[in-house]
Design a protein around this ligand. Structure first.
Ligand code: IMP
Length: 215
């Protein structure tokens, strides 16, 4: 970033999601790179049957590319907890519905996911965890991808109202507060998704950069 003297031509790509909140968050991350993501005209159902973050990001991007034939970015992310052998991992959004550790009724998915992680960590000393994100670009060719991580610890109880998912129980290294207590800007600066998308943006810029005509 910053080394380009020429004004950058804006690149617009599709974001393989139906979540407008994600578009806003990712556009804030990508704006300095002159890349804008836009919401597709309609949702494409994608079965996330991959076994890794990379595979799932690829399945999403490819499905949207096949439907709209537009350069597409996708991401897949989750929480990896050391003492749980890497779970919830790729099952992060629906960890509550997975059989082991029990299923509780009457909570939102985010609340139920958090309760399950806290319950499974009860009595365990090691509360180390990391958020992992894979950001991927696909336009029918080989594709480009990048990973980002944010390391920290699972707290004893939820705290904070910001963010989403496991943010209220994740304290990033170097902070005394949870991810849910950080501003959106601060979270983007340190988050797995922020890092993955900034890395991907640099790769996309290399691919799309046209040599400037000599004067
Ligand atoms: P997705 O792949 O970005 O849709 O994320 C899958 C799941 O991982 C979410 O439903 C959350 O439970 C969890 N997750 C991913 N990123 C974050 C984050 O930044 N904060 C909290 N939870 C997250």
């Amino acid at each position: 970033m910053g080394e380009d003297k020429e004004p950058m031509e804006e690149v617009e790509v599709l974001l393989a999601t139906s979540n407008p909140g994600k578009v806003k968050e990712i556009n804030a991350i990508l704006a300095p790179y002159g890349i804008r993501v836009k919401l597709p005209e309609e949702k494409v159902e994608v079965e996330e049957k991959g076994t890794t973050f990379l595979e799932n990001a690829y399945l999403k991007a490819k499905a949207y590319w096949e439907r709209f034939r537009l350069p597409t970015v996708a991401d897949d992310s989750g929480l990896v907890v050391e003492a749980l052998g890497g779970y919830p991992g790729i099952y992060s959004s629906r960890f509550y519905s997975i059989d082991f550790g029990g299923i509780e009724e009457g909570y939102t998915p985010d609340e139920a996911n958090i309760r399950k992680v806290l319950r499974l960590l009860e009595g365990k000393e090691n509360r180390r965890a990391k958020f992992v994100a894979c950001a991927l670009f696909y336009d029918g060719g080989e594709g480009l991808f990048a990973f980002g991580e944010c390391k920290g610890e699972i707290t004893l109880k939820p705290e904070g109202e910001g963010g989403f998912g496991y943010d209220p129980v994740f304290r990033p290294d170097g902070y005394e507060v949870t991810m849910a207590q950080l501003s959106a800007e601060e979270k983007n600066r340190i988050s797995h998704r922020g890092k993955a998308f900034r890395r991907l943006a640099r790769l996309i810029r290399r691919v799309y950069r046209e040599p400037s005509p000599s004067p």
